[in-house]
Ligand binder design. Structure first.
Ligand code: GTP
Ligand code: MG
Length: 206
């Protein structure tokens, strides 16, 4: 179990020169606009509004870095897919994220956030494939789980698992930033990701 002792905003970036220094492991949040990435972070750290959230898609416009317990960093990303922004802005976001995913050495894992109610979009599937080819460890969280009854979860999670080619729907963490459901499971999953990362780094060092 992770106990959140400290969570702080440490900066934003639109290009690689602005990424924070140091070598803390980073976990990035990827997902469609408005799916609830920023809200997921807030609930995870039990802070109402550290990450800015919004009713209109396209709220998060830069890479925002949040340092947790001085041990790892969450990177809140702009959403992909539908967003009330111009083509130019979208292509700028695309580049921003591509640069981040392909060059950032601190990036150790990605949490892909999916709406539990909906089938993953084409972009969700593409993102999953892209991260796999990069060999980045990936955890899928199905958020807004408060929006459907618990009896429906398995059906929805199975569909999501199938679209994203995940072998077992139980690998997907159901979550609600509204009710706090799934927060402990996500704490555990993040702890495990960080443990695996640390082990791998040790092995590389020899
Ligand atoms: P962008 O920054 O635009 O990509 O969006 P985002 O993915 O960061 O979404 P954000 O966290 O801003 O949330 C979008 C909307 O969904 C807000 O109105 C939130 O209150 C709502 N929301 C987020 N998570 C949940 C959830 O688990 N349950 C419910 N019911 N609403 C949620
Ligand atoms: Mg956001």
């Amino acid at each position: 179990m992770i106990t959140i002792r400290k969570a702080e905003y440490i900066g934003s970036a639109v290009n690689s020169t602005q990424y924070p220094e140091g070598n803390l492991p980073e976990i990035a949040l990827a997902g469609r606009s408005n799916v609830g990435k920023s809200s997921l972070i807030n609930k995870f750290i039990n802070r109402k509004n550290l990450a800015r959230t919004g009713n209109t898609p396209g709220k998060t416009q830069m890479l925002n870095f949040y340092r947790i317990n001085d041990t790892f960093t969450f990177v809140d990303l702009p959403g992909y897919g539908y967003a009330k922004v111009s083509k130019e802005v979208k292509s700028h976001w695309g580049k921003m994220m591509k640069d981040y995913f392909s060059t950032r050495e601190n990036l150790k894992a990605v949490i892909q956030v999916i709406d539990i109610r909906h089938e993953p979009s084409v972009e969700d599937v593409e993102m999953q494939a892209f991260l796999r080819t990069r060999g980045i460890p990936l955890l899928v969280v199905a958020t807004k789980a408060d929006k459907i009854s618990k009896g429906q979860w398995a059906k929805h999670l199975s569909k999501i698992a199938k679209s994203l080619d995940i072998p077992d729907w139980k690998l997907i963490v159901p979550y609600s930033a509204e009710s706090g459901l799934g927060v402990e499971d996500l704490h555990d999953a993040v702890e495990e990701l960080l443990r695996l990362t640390a082990e791998e780094d040790e092995e590389l060092k020899g």
